[in-house]
Every structure is written in C-alpha cells, then in structure tokens.
Design a protein around this ligand. Structure first.
Ligand code: C2E
Ligand code: MG
Ligand code: MG
Length: 558
C-alpha cells in the first residue's frame, strides 16, 4: 500500500461490505474525516491502511515497522486489546493510542490502531497541575507538592533500604530586607535564592518553597552520598552578597536537617523534627545548620511546652516576666559608686519554673513575641529608674536590651517616646543596648534608627562588643555613646595577651572618638586590678553585684 491516497487494501474490504464503488469512496471519505487517526498493520508489520489524520500525525514515520514500534511504546504487548498514552518528544505532542485485533479482507488477523491527539488536554492538565504544585513567586514546587514528594521518597527509601534527608531552611532576618527595602526587593531576593538552589546538582528538582522565607530541600536516597557537597554548595550561595537597590546585601540562612527513615517515617514527623533542628540552629546564633538529634528531643518537647507557655504568659500581660537589675559602678570615682543598672529579664514560668533569657529570647524572637515582652521590660525599667531618680539619685541610669527584631520595628522610636512620656523619665537616663547584626547589610537602616533614638535624648550602647561581626572600623560610624566589651575578653584578662590588648585598644580608641566604655562580666579582684589601670569608667559584674529584684536593688542602692 502507498500513502498517496490509493488505498487498495481497504478498498477491497469496504467494497466487499458495501458492494459498490460509490460507497467505497464515501467509506474512505468517512475515515479520512474522522477526528482520530486510524491505521491497520499486518502481523508482518506491513501498513495496510492509514487515514489522512494518521498520516498528518506521524507524517515522516510511515512504514509498517516504524509505526508498530512507535505505537507499541504506549501499549501493553501481551494484551490483544490495549490502550495507552504516547508522547512524541520531537513534536512535543501527546496521543491516546488504542489497539485491537480485527480480521482483514483476507481473513488474516491484523492490528487496528486508533489514535487521538490529546496534546491540548495534556497541556491544560499540566498547566493546572503546575498551578497546584508550584509556588507562584519563585517557580519552585510548593508545600503541597513537597508533602506528596516526601511521602513518596520515604516509602521508596524504606523499600530500598537507603537513607534520605529533609532540610528545612529559613532565611536569617529576612524581615529586615522586606521592611527595609520593600517587598518587591524581598521578592527579588527570594527568586534569586530559589534560582541558585535549583542549580545545585543533586537537588535540582527537589527544592520547595513552603511560604514566606522558608524552603525545604529533599535529598533522595540516590543522592544521599552527596549530602556534604550539597550542604557546601548551599553554604556558598549565602556567602556572596546580593545586589539589591544599588547596594550589596548579605543574607544568611539557618537550616535544620532530619534524616529518613531513621529520624521519622511520616511527613509530619520529619517536618516537625527538621523544624526543631532549625530552631536549634537559630538559637546557636543563626547562619548554620543543625542535624536533628535524639538527645535534643527532650529539649524539643520542652520547646513546644515553652512555646505554649510563652504565648500564654505574653497574653497574660507579661506578669511572669520579671525585670532584674544589675548595678553598673563608676570606677573613675572614689568608692566606686553605683551609677545605675542594666535591666535583665527573668521568666518565672508557673508551669516550667525559672527560665534564663539566653534560652527563651531567641525563641521569643522566632515566634514574634519579643515585641510585647520587650515593651514590658522597657516600661518596667523606665518606671523603676524614674522612681530611683525621684528618690535622691537623679544621676542613675537604666540600660535596656533591645533585640534587632525590636530595633527594626517600624514604630520602635514612637514606642520609646511614648514610654518616656508615660513614665516621665529623663531621656538622658535611658540607655538602649543593641548588638551588631550584620547578617544582613542593614547598617544604613540601623544607623538611621539609632540616630532617631538619639534625637529623643536617649543614649545607645553597643552590647557584646568584640563578638560576631564587630569591626573596630565600624564603631566610628555607629551613632553610639557606650561600648560594652563582651565578657569573654574579661574572662581571659591577665591570661591571654590578645584579650589584654583588645580591651586596652578599645578603651584608647573609644577615648579618641569620645565614647564611653563599659566592661561586663568582672568576677575577680585580679580582673578589676588590671582594668583599673586602663582608664575605664564603667564596670558591671559579679565582683560588684549580681542581677537582683528591684526591691533588693532599691534597698541596697537607693
Ligand atoms: P547581656 O545584655 O550581655 O547581659 C549581661 C549578661 O551577663 C547577663 O546575663 C548577666 O546576668 C550576665 N553577667 C553579668 N555579670 C556577670 C559576671 O560577672 N559573670 C558572669 N558569668 N555573668 C555575668 P543574663 O541576665 O542571663 O542575660 C543574658 C542575655 O540575655 C543578655 O546578655 C541579653 O543579651 C539578653 N537579655 C536579657 N534581658 C533582655 C531583655 O529584656 N531583652 C532582650 N532583647 N534581651 C535580653
Ligand atoms: Mg546587655
Ligand atoms: Mg553584653
């Protein structure tokens, strides 16, 4: 048979049934005008008939052997009657293929194929699936798809006996970029990060955006041996700055990793455990990853408890949060008189007992509860200081710690102004302690806010100086009044030349640029002796006194 329209084979067949040439012609007409492609092949792989539609579908591939091979991809070999889908990559088209055996005019069994073009339906389906599975902003898969894939991966890994990993990633302080530069730049950053993640070999198709600045990456059992390299590649993405709005911005991430099936074999359990490990990473100072471990599990239950109780305590007017005061003494004057105190929060939780700030402040920041808790401390501290000032110590100052989350709040400056008005405290007697956070290059924003705070007449101290990112060059530009040298340098005083030199140099430098220095964590006489020779004005530490309740402070110092 030829494909030029002279259908000798089928002619006989139709003629036989219709017994008339006219009917034969109209029979071919009918077949040619059907919406589906039709072809007939002999068992010897000879093409006996193909209608126009079929020729249109498979134009260049029309010999019996090729057609059979092609269509066979979609069909079940064993079954006489079978149907399935066929994708032709070169043409990017989809077909629905059906085969059944019929008897040909010569009574031999032949294969009749009917083929429907389902490309449009398929494309539509894919579009709908994509919409359901993909994150609109970044193009990554979304949470729904993540849960589906994770479930499949878990059972695959269980069957294969291998190991896989779930990485839960959260950008550090992403809020700063969003609040500082505007959402459109936050979006640009999210897209850029997503793009970079997808280019890491081994996880190209297993990166998901869970919403906000949270991502999940699945490392399948086949790629698990590459885990270290994948982690290294992810780390590298965040080492470089991103160019946004004309400047370089750094953005770091924290990540929690849970392994499956060893750490858990359900979607919920794994995500929960990776999330707990993520919180550990945040608590350990951000910009790092932590693996979930069993030992921390007790801790994790405590964390859930902590979270619930902290929400309750915050809603309950913060009664359980008590503010303690640790005196700061003036060592430049005879008798080392007290010159005020640092306010340090204590959580006396009714259900869980006493919890230190180092333990709950990071969680409060993470949960967004630091704002109400911080407001409570600020109000209490200003209120108490005003009381001391009125009771005969007008020079006493109070220091209040502000977390970066609070500092970058849009209404922080207003809040400080309101508290000063409400308590009547002299602004010069309030010092706000901030720490440097250069995780994101938000120095400009930080400086602007600090300047606004200083315009209120409030003083600013740079806390924990010498740890993290501080650079001596930086402090010149920072609108701060006091540098608080971190305790770790004081611990090593007299034992480590670097610590001695560091403290001395910072003091000299501060004197040159007109800043005061406060030294924290002085516990022993020997440390005090060394510091006395360094022209330091303020010292805070157990050597003089511990943090205490306001009543006790008043009894001793007011
Ligand atoms: P920080 O601001 O650097 O506070 C000094 C910490 O050192 C306090 O720990 C204090 O009790 C401790 N300390 C003082 N003198 C000595 C000493 O001689 N030896 C030793 N070993 N430690 C000394 P604390 O009260 O546990 O607070 C820990 C951190 O929690 C604070 O570090 C501060 O970053 C944060 N924090 C405390 N209260 C607040 C608050 O109200 N808001 C915020 N955002 N953070 C707070
Ligand atoms: Mg402090
Ligand atoms: Mg400190």
């Amino acid at each position: 048979m030829s494909m030029d329209g002279k259908h000798t084979g089928p002619a006989g067949h139709l003629q036989q049934e219709a017994g008339d040439m006219g009917v034969y012609m109209s029979g071919v007409e009918i077949l040619n005008n059907m919406g589906c492609g039709i072809c007939v092949c002999s068992t010897e792989e000879k093409l006996l008939f193909a209608n126009e539609k079929f020729c249109g579908f498979f134009g260049g591939r029309l010999d019996g052997k090729t057609v059979k091979l092609l269509l066979a991809q979609a069909l079940d070999k064993e079954q006489q009657e079978s149907s399935g889908e066929l994708y032709i990559e070169e043409d990017d088209r989809w077909f629905d293929v059906h085969r059944r055996e019929i008897r040909w005019v010569d009574q031999k069994l032949v294969d009749l194929y009917t083929v429907y073009d389902i490309t449009e339906t398929k494309r539509y389906q894919q579009k709908i699936e994509k919409q359901a599975n993909n994150d609109f902003l970044t193009g990554l898969y979304n949470r729904m798809r993540c849960e589906k894939d994770l479930e499949a991966q878990i059972s695959l890994t269980r069957e294969n006996g291998g190991e896989g990993a779930l990485m839960y990633m959260d950008l550090d302080d992403f809020k700063h970029i969003n609040d500082g530069l505007g959402h459109q730049y936050g979006d640009v950053l999210l897209r850029a990060i997503s793009h970079s993640l997808q280019r890491i070999s081994g996880i190209e198709s297993t990166c998901y955006r869970m919403g906000g600045d949270e991502f999940i990456i699945i490392v399948t059992d086949k790629k698990f041996s590459m885990l270290d390299r994948i982690l290294e590649d992810i780390r590298e993405i965040f080492e470089k700055p991103w160019f946004l709005k004309g400047a370089d911005y750094y953005c770091t991430m924290s990540m929690g990793i849970a392994r499956f099936p060893s750490d858990g074999d359900t979607v919920q359990e794994l995500i929960k455990k990776a999330d707990l490990a993520l919180l550990e990473a945040k608590k350990a100072g951000k910009n790092r990853y932590e693996f979930y471990n069993e030992e921390a599990d007790g801790v994790s239950f405590k964390r859930l408890d902590l979270e619930k109780n902290m929400r309750n305590a915050t809603m309950n007017a913060c009664h359980e949060f008590e503010v303690f005061y640790q005196p700061i003494v003036d060592v430049s004057k005879p008798g080392n008189p007290c010159m005020g105190a640092e306010a340090l929060i204590r959580w006396n939780c009714e259900k869980l007992g006493f919890i230190s700030p180092a333990e709950f402040i990071p969680l409060a920041e993470y949960l967004g509860l630091i704002n109400p808790i911080g407001d409570h401390v600020l109000l209490q501290a200003c209120h108490h200081c005003k009381k001391w000032n009125d009771a005969g110590h007008p020079e006493y100052k109070v220091n209040v710690n502000l977390s970066v989350v609070q500092l970058l709040r849009n209404d922080m400056v207003d809040r400080v102004r309101e508290v000063l008005e409400e308590t009547g405290l002299n602004p010069a007697n309030l010092t706000l302690e901030v720490t440097e956070s250069l995780a994101i290059n938000d120095m400009t924003r930080m400086k602007t806010i600090l300047k606004q705070i200083k315009e209120l007449g409030v003083r600013v101290a740079l806390d924990d100086f010498g740890t993290g990112y501080s650079s001596l060059n930086h402090i010149r530009e920072m609108p701060v009044d006091v540098i608080k040298i971190d305790r770790c340098f004081i611990e090593d005083l007299g034992r480590d030349e670097f610590a001695d030199a560091f403290v001395r140099i910072v003091c000299e430098l501060a004197a040159v640029i007109g800043m005061n220095v406060c030294v924290e964590g002085v516990e022993y006489q020997r440390q005090y002796e060394i510091l006395k020779n360094m022209q330091i004005q303020m010292i805070q530490g157990f050597y003089f006194d511990k943090p205490m309740r306001s009543e006790e402070f008043e009894k001793k110092y007011v």
